[in-house]
Each structure stands twice: as C-alpha cells, then as structure tokens.
Design a protein around this ligand. Structure first.
Ligand SMILES: [Zn+2]
Length: 96
C-alpha cells in the first residue's frame, strides 16, 4: 500500500470514528447526571429489541456503557451509514 493510501485510510478512519465519539455526561440517556466527563468511544453496533440500530459507547475513563440509537432516517441531520459501517468494521477487527 502506498503512503498516500495509508494516509487516506487513516484520515477516513479518524473522521468516521470521531463522528460517534462523545463525552460521558449522562448516567441514563439525557439526564446529565454524571460528572465523569471521560471520552465515550464507539465500540460496536447493537440492535436493541424493536428499536433499530444503536451505537454502543464505552467510557475510556470509567468503563460506563451506553447505547445511542442511530438516526439514519433523520431528514435534517442523518447519521452517516459509512461511519456506521466503519464502527462495525472496527468492532470486528478489535473485538473485546
Ligand atoms: Zn466515565
């Protein structure tokens, strides 16, 4: 693989991953009750029963796990399916 291809792959991976990074501010979705503030890493996809696809995040500081439903059908700001695919691809490669 050329240096250009390696670089392009790295940039697209960072871009795709950063789409779903967030901060640990909630204990339950939306409650803003946590004062951890650690980075929440997107680690894999999940399909909660009857709720469509969700991205599973794990806090890199305390290990708290949360799920955020994907909004691929949001007409204003849909989640990128390419980024979703990359989360899944990475989860397969670095399975925990
Ligand atoms: Zn945390």
């Amino acid at each position: 693989m050329s240096a250009f291809a390696v670089c392009r792959t790295a940039v697209s991976e960072i871009t795709a991953r950063s789409v779903f990074w967030s901060l640990h501010v909630d204990n339950r979705p939306g409650d803003r009750a946590s004062d951890c503030g650690g980075l929440m890493e997107p680690v894999r996809l999940d399909r909660p029963r009857g709720k469509g696809l969700a991205v599973v995040h794990v806090c890199i500081v305390c290990g708290h796990e949360s799920r955020n439903r994907l909004a691929g059908d949001d007409p204003i700001q849909p989640d990128s399916w390419e980024a979703v695919a990359r989360v899944q691809e990475r989860a397969t490669r670095f399975r925990r």
